[in-house]
Design a protein around this ligand. Sequence first.
Ligand SMILES: Nc1ncnc2c1ncn2[C@@H]1O[C@H](COP(=O)(O)OP(=O)(O)O)[C@@H](O)[C@H]1O
Ligand SMILES: O=P(O)(O)OC[C@H]1O[C@](O)(COP(=O)(O)O)[C@@H](O)[C@@H]1O
Length: 303
Amino acid sequence: MIYTVTLNPSIDYIVEVEDVKLGGLNRMKRDLKLPGGKGINVSRVLKQLGAENTAIGFLGGFTGRFIEDKLREDCIQTDFVTVQDDTRINIKLKHGDETEINGLGPDISREEADALLRKLSELHEDDIVILSGSIPPSLGGDFYERLIGSCRQAGAEFVIDTTGEALMKALVHKPLLVKPNHHELAELFDVDLHTREEITTYGRKLLEAGARNVLISMAGEGALLITADKVYHATAPKGTVKNSVGAGDSMIAGFVGTYVLNSDPLEAFRTGVASGSATAFSDDLAERSLIEQLQPQVQISEC
Ligand SMILES: Nc1ncnc2c1ncn2[C@@H]1O[C@H](COP(=O)(O)OP(=O)(O)O)[C@@H](O)[C@H]1O
Ligand SMILES: O=P(O)(O)OC[C@H]1O[C@](O)(COP(=O)(O)O)[C@@H](O)[C@@H]1O
């Protein structure tokens, strides 16, 4: 079974305005409330691809109930720990450009945190756990390491999509996949990265530190896949970008949902890129029909 873990889910409140007047009254042209947070996005796209999975993490309050209801409507299995505090709301402001305002997240008590750790200690060897997104401040920066400890003890594989120190510390435990975008990779090593060669050099460092596959996404420029012995580039399909929120999560869903079928990293890479682009070209997350339509447009070459 695939599990996605979202420590800090959100209602993504997508707000479209003609123009933003700071300090003035702005009226919305359109708005949309979506269940969000990185792991939850991965779950929704996995389901589109026919990959059964269970979404876990922390949900609380009226916002948490909204998210759980939406996931159930999509027939996605859930096993969240219920917390006292409300799940956050993240604002995604579209005004020609995209401005994001993400909440900090609820306070999570020690008992609530322990309840999640217990769930992960009950995993099995053939399980894959996808750990995605930020850690609510109340949990402490080492919470992913504690979760990874539980996964590894159970013999389960894990994928991690987070940033900074939490990502670096996870590498030694040999994740099946990490997927920073090229900006996050540059930030991780405190460098400027411009060329594909420079990005590859720093991507390899993640492999050397323990990751088994490294995907570096580069928005409209496609992505790089770095495996133990090869480096590949994939072009991104062309289209009209409607929404880039969740493109990275969709890419992880496409990769993992395909990799579990045949362990072929190249087929997984192709579906990953097509899934990311299908989300970029949609109002909400990618649907299966568009992913399948875009797959043949992804050109993969060895670097
Ligand atoms: N403008 C775009 N045109 C086509 N595909 C895109 C675009 N933006 C994102 N994608 C697709 O989604 C993937 C992930 O996007 P990216 O923005 O790099 O990730 P993240 O959301 O993690 O920052 C890309 O590798 C690409 O396949
Ligand atoms: O665009 P991405 O990186 O795939 O992720 C988008 C998701 O991440 C979020 O911005 C939350 O990110 P964080 O967990 O890092 O705060 C959600 O609001 C959104 O659903």
